[in-house]
Design a protein around this ligand. Structure first.
Ligand SMILES: [Zn+2]
Length: 411
């Protein structure tokens, strides 16, 4: 059982991400029964006691991070197999994915091996998945519908699944991109651009999260903004995949319209790393380069997307995303006694531009310490790593999909 109360005392900085975006120097956070009950200056909380007290003098405390689009799939055990010249590995991706458990639903032909069912079965499978998983682990598991993309599903399937998630008070997420070619094809097939098509069939709204969202035009941004639809962008996938952010990236325009944007790492073979700090970094620097303008996506905006705006995009903003009294105690403590944190003048700049996930010292979820001074408290890491490698080797043997392990001679 976790301690009933936990205090982080004398934190170097607490980045609250509350409404005022307060940054508290020499701060303290008090947690009871999984929730934040006090946050303020250490001196203000000096008379409070807790079952466990963490010395925060070398720690910068942030809210927990939100990875808004990530495939827990085939890619973890074969991370890094695709050589750079494999421009579009999607055929292999879906063949590998099909060889493992877990599923999404579609009902239309696709150029890849996606799980396809008659629409009624796709609905039944999704409904039973939502019923089985949504709300488990004291609400930490939220199950959503994932009918892959507008291209791979009929309008009927998408409409029905939207009704299902509305009724079950959960969400629906789709891969979604546009661009000149996609618009042309969508207009020919549906009479609308990709985003306007979704709006025309009622499949936009605050509980719809569109992933990637490259290549949107102004009218499509209007559809998203007026329907309250949320977006998750994967800046490292966009850069590593050569997706043409200068031409297709619309993050600044979406933010300017008040669209809630989360950040995502996508698949471990797309961005490869699953590090939200590096993802914030890419979000903050990518548009400066793309627009040749250093005012684009300030470090603060990147941190908002990874925390409070990410929580809001996933429909969890009332409970998570900031360090505020009454919210769940999801906290990350970064260790500033490391070279990359020197010298420490502006903690947001240091976090977004200097650091990466390796300075994560302690992580608290629902008041429970799950990373304790760099040690995972719930898993035997060396054993897990060996097991993942083993699963990857077996997956390659089973599918016959493998690539040379090095472009250089490997002896
Ligand atoms: Zn995806």
């Amino acid at each position: 059982m976790p301690p009933q109360s936990l205090k982080i005392d004398h934190a170097r900085y607490v980045l609250t991400l509350d409404r005022q975006r307060r940054i508290i120097q020499d701060g303290a956070v008090l947690v009871e029964n999984g929730r934040v009950i006090r946050v303020g200056k250490a001196a203000e909380l000096a008379d409070t006691r807790a079952d466990r007290v963490i010395d925060g003098r070398h720690l910068v405390i942030t809210p927990g991070f939100f990875n808004g689009h990530m495939h827990i799939s085939y890619a973890h055990p074969v991370r890094g197999i695709f050589p750079d010249e494999q421009a579009s590995p999607l055929v292999h991706v879906f063949n590998l994915q099909a060889a493992m458990l877990g599923e999404c639903v579609t009902d239309q032909p696709a150029p890849w091996a996606l799980p396809r069912y008659p629409a009624a079965e796709a609905v039944a499978r999704t409904t039973s998945f939502l019923t089985k998983w949504n709300g488990r682990l004291d609400g930490r598991i939220r199950a959503w519908a994932m009918p892959f993309s507008y291209e791979t599903c009929s309008a009927g399937l998408l409409e029905t699944l939207k009704h299902v998630v509305d009724e079950q008070h959960t969400g629906l997420t789709l891969h979604h991109n546009s661009g000149a070619k996609a618009r042309q094809e969508s207009v020919a097939r549906h009479g609308h651009t990709p985003t306007a098509y979704l709006e025309s069939i009622g499949v936009l709204g605050p509980n719809v999260l569109l992933a990637h969202c490259l290549g949107l035009d102004e009218a499509e941004i209007d559809c998203i903004a007026r329907s309250g639809t949320t977006v998750v962008m994967c800046p490292v996938t966009a850069a590593k995949g050569g997706r043409g952010v200068p031409e297709h990236g619309r993050m600044p325009e979406l933010l300017a319209r008040g669209v809630r944007i989360a950040l995502g790492c996508d698949s471990p073979n797309n961005s490869n790393h699953l590090d939200m700090v590096r993802t914030m970094n890419m979000a903050a620097i990518q548009y400066k380069d793309a627009r040749q303008d250093t005012r684009q996506i300030p470090a603060e905006a990147a941190l908002e997307m990874a925390t409070i705006h990410g929580a809001e995009a996933l429909g969890l903003g009332a409970e998570l995303g900031s360090i505020e009294v009454g919210k769940k105690a999801d906290l990350v403590a970064f260790d500033v006694l490391r070279p990359e944190w020197q010298a420490l003048w502006n903690p947001v700049n240091n976090l977004v531009y200097n650091a990466d996930g390796r300075s994560v010292h302690t992580v608290v979820i629902d008041g429970r310490v799950v990373v304790d001074a760099y040690r995972q408290t719930f898993v035997d890491e060396p054993r897990l790593y060996a097991r993942v490698q083993e699963i990857g080797e077996r997956l390659q043997a089973r599918t016959g999909i493998s690539f040379p392990r090095s472009r250089w001679p490997l002896n």
